[in-house]
Design a protein around this ligand. Structure first.
Ligand SMILES: CC(C)(COP(=O)(O)OP(=O)(O)OC[C@H]1O[C@@H](n2cnc3c(N)ncnc32)[C@H](O)[C@@H]1OP(=O)(O)O)[C@@H](O)C(=O)NCCC(=O)NCCS
Length: 159
């Protein structure tokens, strides 16, 4: 049920991401929100940076996606999204557990908006712990390509 998705699948992946990301609207700061949330160019750049995307299909429709990016000594979980009408049904759990199985590093990080309390709770459920502010900033600058505004409004969790 979980398979890897490639550049040729970007439009299907984006339809999940841009639907699920609507949850951020009005929650994250307005200057961090844009619609669509992710562009095709941005996602293609993520593939070029080594992000591997996995997806879960239900009734032959892609309804959940989650990415993994292996860096030098650590692994990042990237772009975790379940189509809104399928959230809370265990799809994110299946994808995250799949990524735990294929991950080769002992350190896993995930970054998310600090206002996305549901996402923080989701990761905490699987053993992730939120870093303090100073370490969060250090990790975001080191491992992610994000703006200063996004850094100010994000948290990093580790497992
Ligand atoms: C966060 C997200 C990826 C989780 O995926 P999901 O398919 O809804 O999650 P699941 O149904 O597999 O939930 C797994 C566990 O996390 C918990 N969880 C999921 N959503 C939660 C929420 N909103 N609040 C609290 N806990 C939550 C569930 O209770 C569940 O635990 P259980 O197995 O004991 O029931 C999904 O809700 C989503 O796309 N949200 C909007 C976008 C987003 O915030 N993405 C995160 C980017 S870093």
């Amino acid at each position: 049920m979980i398979t890897e998705y490639m550049k040729k699948d970007v439009s299907n992946i984006l339809s999940v991401i841009n639907n699920a990301a609507l949850k951020y609207k009005g929650v994250i700061p307005d200057n961090c929100w844009h619609e669509p949330y992710m562009s095709e160019e941005e996602l293609l750049n993520e593939f070029d940076s080594g992000v591997r995307m996995f997806g879960y299909k239900k009734n032959n429709i892609l309804v959940g996606v989650m990415g993994i990016q292996e860096l030098k000594d650590i692994t990042l979980i990237r772009h975790a999204y379940t189509f809104s009408t399928y959230q809370g049904m265990g799809i994110g759990k299946l994808l995250l557990q799949y990524l735990f199985r294929i991950n080769k590093s002992s350190i896993l990080y995930v970054g998310t908006w600090k206002e996305a309390t549901w996402a923080i709770q989701f990761y905490e459920k699987f053993g992730f712990v939120t870093h303090k502010r100073k370490k969060t900033i250090e990790l975001l600058k080191k491992h992610w390509k994000v703006s200063l505004t996004q850094i100010e409004n994000s948290v990093v969790l580790e497992k």
